[in-house]
Design a protein around this ligand. Structure first.
Ligand SMILES: Nc1ncnc2c1ncn2[C@@H]1O[C@H](COP(=O)(O)OP(=O)(O)OP(=O)(O)O)[C@@H](O)[C@H]1O
Ligand SMILES: [Mg+2]
Length: 535
């Protein structure tokens, strides 16, 4: 007797749909699983056997072979427990083959038959949706994330194996799960920290606004207690709300990392990641087996904030070079090759020297030049070159701190930032429509059983904010007028700007023009952009 149940395995942030084929033949009683099952799947065999026994089902004393197809993809994780249990029930005549047709299943089983949450439900749901599978049955705790992708796939959440069997047999139907995506995404930013609490610092707040409006990287440098950390923590509050598509991408990464809170359907605020300076390279950019996304990917569509930048290991910081340039992180190891999206705004803070007072008019610096050099050399030139806005954060004066009325609130600034981002999105979309013949999809097309694009992740995260513009976009939309071109050439010679830095200055100038609602890039926009490079 042969039974087939559909499920999926996560590869990077994509899913390969998997057929769990159960064959029951005469022979000595045994249960073997083939098709590259990894340890969690092999162990699942015993969990499933116990769960079935405790639910009152007995397996026939025959030879049972389970094949996980396609055979060349490693099957990781405990999500195969539920499909395996149902395959065994169908293969041994407890469940009809038609009952499981058109459904896919994912979930870990406890020995008592309870369904437990698993990682990566969202990408499995996305693959089911793309492949036209009618319904997906998952543990209750994962149901909201499976349903967050919207229509086209019925999502059923269940508490136990018995509930799933009852649903399939039609004796006790379970309701399908819906998620109110629009209300979720309309919510206010989570943290009450407001920009108005920061006194003074008009110039730094302006730089923060430019960074938010175009997604540009920012370095805040200043003496201790001048408000660098305070300012950086207020960046999420001025970022525009996530779109549904961006929220799905960010949630997918949290889902495969196992960091999505139980029952949460969608990340509805831009992530703000603040790893400690003791973070390892694998923690920062991803790694492990099976590969897990690092902080750079968890910050996708949000902010990665490295406070006290020189305290991080230099070799760890160097791993940021690829994601900062490309917007994704590629992990190639002997046993796997995956690509995680990592398009984030990078914010860092540092003191100007070990004592923190170099350049402070009120307190003398006590460091000798070699100490200052050593301190600064912890951050490499190539990393600094990838930072668009280099901003000094001086100590505000006592009067300014105590007397001044509060400045603009985060929501006012967020309004301007959101308008500037809308301009960028419209520009991008118009261009994509014009180029629709050669346009790229935002999400890789993995879906049919056994197909994951490139057996790895091939998302082409088409970003639509200025910091992510490719060279062709710079050519097209960041052309300075004649006077500003002269100004840029002067600055490039004077500051020794690299070609990368010149491109980044142009993108910042584009954002400044967008904030002003200007179609062209003028001298004033370019001058401000150059000033953020120390010009
Ligand atoms: N401009 C400011 N407006 C209001 N409060 C401020 C300002 N600057 C500093 N503060 C106060 O000082 C505290 C310390 O600021 P913060 O931690 O941001 O300093 P920092 O520049 O990160 O210092 P360090 O280099 O030591 O990390 C803030 O929590 C706040 O109470
Ligand atoms: Mg600080």
């Amino acid at each position: 007797m042969l039974a087939t149940v559909l499920s999926g395995v996560v590869v990077g942030v994509d899913c390969v749909l998997v057929r769990v084929e159960v064959s029951v033949t005469s022979g000595l009683p045994s249960l073997s699983v083939v098709g590259l099952p990894q340890s969690a799947v092999r162990e699942g065999k015993d969990r499933v056997r116990a769960a079935l026994h405790n639910a009152g089902y007995s397996l026939p004393p025959r030879r049972i072979t389970v094949n996980l197809s396609p055979a060349d993809v490693k099957k990781e994780g405990s999500g195969f427990d539920l499909p395996l249990a149902l395959g065994l029930l169908a293969g041994s005549g407890h469940l009809s083959a038609t009952a499981i047709e058109g459904h896919a299943f994912l979930g870990e089983l406890g020995l008592n038959g309870e369904l437990r949450p698993v990682r990566g439900t969202l990408p499995v749901a996305a693959a089911c949706r793309r492949s036209g599978i009618g319904s997906l049955v998952v543990p209750n705790a994962n149901a909201a994330e499976a349903a967050a992708g919207g229509g086209g796939l019925e999502v059923i959440g269940a508490e136990t194996l018995a509930e799933v069997v009852g649903h399939l047999q039609g004796s006790a139907r379970l309701a399908s799960v819906q998620v109110g995506v629009d209300e979720l995404l309309r919510g206010d930013p989570p943290d009450g920290a407001d920009l108005a609490e920061v006194r003074g610092h008009r110039g730094v707040k302006r730089a923060l606004e430019v960074a938010a409006a175009g997604g540009h990287n920012l370095l805040l440098r200043g003496p201790p207690g001048s408000g660098k950390t305070m300012l950086a923590r207020r960046l999420p509050g001025i970022l525009p709300p996530l779109t549904h598509q961006d929220a799905l991408e960010a949630t997918t990464i949290h889902s495969v990392a196992g960091l999505l809170p139980s029952g949460q359907g969608l990340l509805h605020h831009r992530p703000f990641r603040t790893p400690h300076h003791t973070v390892s390279a694998a923690g920062l950019v991803g790694g492990g087996s099976p590969p897990k996304p690092g902080e750079v990917s968890l910050a996708h569509h949000g902010v990665l904030f490295l406070d006290e930048l020189p305290e991080f290991s230099r070799s760890v910081l160097e791993t940021l070079r690829q994601p900062l340039e490309d917007g994704w992180m590629s992990l190639v190891r002997a046993r796997y090759r995956v690509r995680f999206p990592a398009r984030f705004t990078f914010v860092a803070s540092m003191n100007p020297c070990p004592c923190g007072h170099l350049g402070d008019p009120r307190r003398p610096c006590t460091c000798d030049p070699s100490q200052v050099n050593r301190y600064r050399s912890r951050i490499s030139g190539p990393l600094l070159d990838r930072i668009d806005l280099h901003v000094e954060v001086p100590v505000v004066r006592y009067r300014e701190l105590m007397d001044r009325p509060a400045g603009e609130s985060s929501s006012d600034v967020r309004g301007r930032v959101t308008r500037a981002r809308t301009v960028q999105r419209e520009r991008w979309c118009t261009d994509r429509n014009q180029d629709s013949a050669s346009g790229t999809d935002r999400i890789g097309r993995g879906g049919a059983v056994g197909t994951a694009p490139d057996r790895a992740t091939t998302r082409t995260e088409a970003a639509y904010w200025n910091a992510a513009l490719p060279p062709a976009g710079i050519e097209r939309w960041c052309r300075p007028d004649r006077a500003s071109a002269r100004l840029l050439q002067d600055a490039a010679d004077r500051l020794g700007l690299s070609p990368r830095a010149i491109h980044r200055v142009l993108k910042v100038a584009r954002t400044i023009a967008d904030l002003e609602g200007s179609e062209g890039i003028g001298e004033v926009h370019l001058a401000e952009a150059v000033q953020y490079r120390g010009g």
